[in-house]
Design a protein around this ligand. Structure first.
Ligand SMILES: *Cc1c(COP(=O)(O)O)cnc(C)c1O
Length: 433
């Protein structure tokens, strides 16, 4: 029976053009990862209970799944969902809205609503995510913080990835109003920060200047650990619902959780001074937000397993991978450095070929708005552009690293990764024995 199932499995993979050799290579790697996968399942189990408990405590009812139209006054489902998020993140308040269009928008909103002309923004963890460069005005852009007289300062991480405490102390001044800390590596090969390390950094900053607002860009980090940045002193945590917390079901949206005053400021900016959180119809979107949040812990676990599987495959083949095959994980992104555009392109095309949607298209590098180099993106997603679904992208610039993430289920992530390997083997970029 066992061998019969194995044979059927190989046949099944064969339909995707995956050779027995590539399949066997993957199985050998997977066998070595069982212990780690068990630990990931434990975190998912813990976080699943956390979500259910938050929903029960907030009194989520059938009526919460209905929506409002027009102004959206007294939108029970919207207001209750915000209570659920606040409880989950151990925060005073939350803003969780479909009117927040993406992660960049959520971050821009949190920054623009909590900074005033003359204030300074500090990033003590190096360059922020590419799209934030235009929000801040590092690259000149219409409507940037810089246009409003808000300056920016940055302290890079030290060579070994540790915080430059002396540099940070020197950078904090009487205009420093908000400190932005990006949890995930984004399009860089620096290490992702654990929630514990974020807590240490916040503690250090608050010791120098207690009233500074510490904001964490939480994109890709939600549910990877059992605690979130708002539990270690962050005044705000900000993220996208088309990543981890949307569980693959949310078709749009972003969230800001944290101190009441910070969230209120964001609400007055999102809608209007005077209106704040009171308006903003949820239309018919709430079932996807609730159910997506419910699924988010196990979806995040699937994506994590995929990232670890990919790391171990490409590490074994001699490529630089960040995090490495055995490192602890703090986000769902896996960087693999191929050192050539061909490697990046072949990998992304492999991911695309494994998709349920648009598997027949071949992604090519293009000039994507918000990015300073050409980018190739593979995403055959049910939700357009969703990167909690199996996806990969890479800027076409040295060191030619590809960033892989997502997978709503582990079997799908596995298929995608085997497909990238098959593609690289077929193009003679890698050789397996
Ligand atoms: C994805 C991401 C963003 C931006 O989110 P979008 O939804 O793509 O606008 C910002 N910061 C980090 C770390 C991210 O991963």
């Amino acid at each position: 029976m066992e061998t019969q199932t194995e044979d059927l499995m190989k046949l099944q993979y064969g339909r995707f053009g995956i050779s027995e050799q590539v399949y066997a290579f993957g199985e050998e790697i997977l066998a070595s990862l069982r212990g780690r996968f068990e630990r990931i399942d434990k975190v998912a189990e813990y976080n699943q209970l956390k979500v259910v408990h938050a929903m029960q405590q907030a009194g989520v009812s059938e009526a919460c799944l209905l929506g409002t139209t027009g102004y959206g006054y007294n939108d029970l489902g919207r207001d209750t969902l915000e209570k659920v998020y606040a409880a989950l993140f151990h925060a005073e308040d939350a803003l969780v809205r479909p009117q927040i269009t993406c992660g960049t928008h959520a971050l821009a909103l949190a920054l623009m609503s909590n900074l005033r002309p003359g204030d300074e923004l500090l990033s003590p963890v190096g360059k922020p995510y590419d799209t934030l460069e235009e929000v801040i005005g590092i690259r000149p852009s219409k409507g940037s913080l810089r246009e409003y007289g808000i300056t920016y300062r940055q302290v890079d991480l030290l060579g070994d990835g540790s915080f430059d405490y002396d540099g940070i102390r020197a950078a904090v001044n009487d205009r420093t109003r908000l400190v932005t800390i990006q949890r995930s590596k984004g399009y860089q090969t620096r290490p992702t920060l654990s929630v514990e390390r974020i807590g240490e950094l916040i503690g250090f900053v608050k010791e120098i200047k207690p009233d500074v607002i510490c904001m964490v860009d939480n994109c890709y980090g939600e549910f990877v650990e059992t605690i979130e940045p708002t539990e270690v002193g962050a005044d705000m945590a900000v993220g996208s619902l088309i990543k981890n917390p949307g569980g693959g079901l949310a078709p749009i949206g972003g969230y800001i959780v944290g101190r009441k005053e910070c969230v209120e400021n964001a609400a007055y900016r999102l809608t209007s001074p005077g209106l704040g959180k009171e308006v903003g119809a949820s239309l018919g979107i709430l079932p996807a937000f609730y159910e997506g949040l419910f699924l988010a812990p196990t979806v995040t676990a699937s994506a994590l397993k995929g990232a670890i599987f990919a790391a171990n495959i490409y590490e074994k083949l001699g490529f630089a991978v960040v995090p490495d095959g055995s490192q602890e994980r703090y986000d769902i992104i896996q960087a693999v450095t191929f050192g050539s555009p061909e490697g990046v392109i072949a990998f992304c095309q492999g991911i695309q070929a494994a998709a349920s949607v648009d598997s027949f298209v071949t992604p090519e590098p293009w000039d994507m708005p918000g990015y300073d180099a050409q980018v190739i993106m593979a995403a055959g997603a049910f939700v357009s552009g969703s990167s909690i679904e199996l996806s990969a992208d890479g800027p076409i610039k040295p060191p030619y690293a590809v960033y892989f993430q997502g997978g709503l289920t582990f079997p799908h992530a596995k298929l995608g990764i085997l497909k990238t390997l098959q593609n690289l083997v077929d193009k003679k970029i890698v050789y397996i024995k």
